[in-house]
Design a protein around this ligand. Structure first.
Ligand code: ZN
Length: 514
């Protein structure tokens, strides 16, 4: 149903089966008296000429099917070191290993059906929110982004497309690049509208609550990091992949993510060089450089190649295009140093400490950045970013010396609204429930929008040494979300019906690299 709608609207084509299987089915239908495409010849008369043609075609089709089967991707040597485990509390863990193109192929092949589903959902949301058709994003992927993508990641993106196609999904590399850029395209749109004196098609989304702490704030004096992802529930339910990636170059890393993305997207991960990485977006941000390096490339490169806070800051700043502008919270478990890199386009600030914490809830920090690159009001205590900031400060001070991974899990499920001064799960609580708020979180999300915290992750220095993180899908507080009931009450979100699913609250689960 969704595939049909999207196919009609955006010209996307989705095929559920591998090519060899499709050929076999087509041949069977054709033999039964319908043309292979079923379009114009309802009946075939089996005169001698046609019998001969049919025989020739059958031999040709059989040969083709055998040729394809002989290249059966399951025995493809590129898949030898790749693994996909059975789903665990909603998460799909995959191990990818090798050259950039092999990693891409493994990703595309093992997660083909999830890539199709994610692409359908993200394209539905982008075309609705940005008021542009999918072809627009494909063209921008090719003309604006691709020239600034390193060869290594070009090979991986092409590999994803090749692997997905080999497993029966019809897409190409421009679909994959546009999907990878889905979090930064609204920044381009906002900038582009300004160039032409047009109203902005949509507000840049405001994602996530996070902290990183060390020294006298944590139980063992070492680092603790935690993050919950805020997004639409329809996309958030699909942010359920644990990527264990061992690339030929750079460090081994473990991160959460979405099928089809070479980066984490909500940005939580640990690498074998000791880096622990997360972020929250900068609210009400405006700015974009179409000649810069896409954020998704820099974020992935930093996850793979950073071995220090200096490395991380250098990689994120190099070619900064301003897309998906974040305040990055990072830790180096080797030194127990933590940092906040507030990465605006014009204003970039790196703060670091070995004793303290940094919190993120989408509030901008640097006053010059607030003034020059946002229209954010830091004094509005009813604003979600400011209310959650106030709550983080309370939790950090109240729990000084007692912060560990279990405490982090509690914080991410916190429902204290500092503006109302009471427990009330809504748009102002660290565990965000915008679907319960009559105010919404404007300008990003309207009243009762099915948007908020969708999944959570934590790690600490000891876990990161073992390349381990803990993760929970859905709101981690125990409150589930039911799609049908919500849509029947709030019909303005009916456009999400093809993609919006129930989002149960699932238990915390431990994942490690292979
Ligand atoms: Zn909650």
């Amino acid at each position: 149903m969704l595939a049909k709608t999207l196919s009609k609207t955006f010209g996307l084509s989705f095929d559920a089966q591998p090519a060899a299987f499709t050929w076999a089915v087509s041949l069977r239908i054709w033999k039964a008296g319908f043309s292979p495409r079923g379009a114009s010849a309802p009946h075939l008369y089996y005169n001698n000429e046609m019998r001969r043609t049919a025989a020739v075609f059958a031999v040709f089709a059989l040969a083709l099917a055998l040729a394809l089967a002989s290249r059966e991707p399951q025995t493809d040597s590129r898949l030898k070191h790749a693994t996909r485990r059975a789903e665990q509390n909603g998460w799909i863990w995959v191990h990818l290993e090798g050259s950039p193109s092999d990693i891409g192929y493994q990703h595309g092949y093992l997660l083909a059906s999830e890539i199709r589903d994610t692409l359908q959902t993200v394209s539905l949301e982008m075309t609705h929110d940005e008021k542009k058709d999918w072809q627009f994003f494909r063209e921008k992927a090719q003309s604006m982004l691709w020239p600034h993508v390193d060869a290594e990641y070009r090979a991986e993106l092409q590999g994803i497309a090749d692997g997905a196609v080999a497993h029966g999904v019809k897409l190409d590399v421009w679909d994959v690049v546009a999907l990878n850029a889905w979090l930064e395209m609204s920044y381009f749109d906002k900038w582009d509208a300004r160039q032409h004196d047009l109203p902005s098609p949509s507000a840049t989304p405001e994602h996530c609550s996070a902290f990183v702490a060390t020294g006298s704030y944590t139980t063992d004096g070492r680092v603790v990091i935690a993050h919950n992802n805020w997004t639409s529930y329809q996309t958030g339910e699909r942010w359920n992949i644990i990527f264990d990636i061992a690339p030929a170059q750079g460090n081994h890393f473990l991160m959460d993510g979405m099928a089809g993305l070479i980066h984490s997207g909500d940005d939580f991960g640990v690498n074998s060089a000791g880096m622990m990485i997360t972020e929250t977006t900068i609210s009400h941000f405006t700015g974009f450089d179409p000649g810069g390096v896409p954020e998704f490339v820099r974020a992935r490169k930093a996850m793979q190649y950073s071995a220090s806070i200096d490395d991380f800051a250098r990689i994120m700043k190099e070619g900064n295009n301003g897309g998906y502008a974040n305040n990055w919270l990072v830790a180096d478990r080797k030194t127990n140093e933590i940092a906040s890199l507030e990465l605006g386009l014009k204003n970039v600030t790196l703060n670091r400490t070995r004793d303290g914490y940094f919190v993120g809830s989408n509030f901008p920090v640097n006053e010059k950045l607030v003034r020059e690159e946002t229209d954010f009001d830091p004094k509005n205590s009813s604003d979600s970013a400011n209310a959650r900031h106030a709550r983080w400060l309370q939790l950090m001070e109240q729990n000084k010396g007692k912060i560990d991974a279990r405490a982090a899990e509690r914080f991410l499920a916190d429902h204290f609204d500092t503006f109302e001064n009471k427990v009330d799960p809504d748009e102002r609580t660290l565990c965000g429930h915008i679907d319960k708020s009559p105010r919404g979180a404007l300008p990003w999300a309207g009243p009762y929008a099915p948007v908020g915290a969708v999944q959570s992750k934590v790690s600490d220095a000891a876990m990161a040494e073992g390349m381990t993180l803990r993760a929970a899908l859905g709101h981690s507080c125990g409150i589930g979300f039911k799609a049908a009931g919500h849509l029947s009450k709030h019909t303005e979100f009916a456009w999400e019906r093809p993609a919006l699913r129930d989002m149960p609250s699932r238990p915390w689960t431990t994942f490690s690299a292979q």
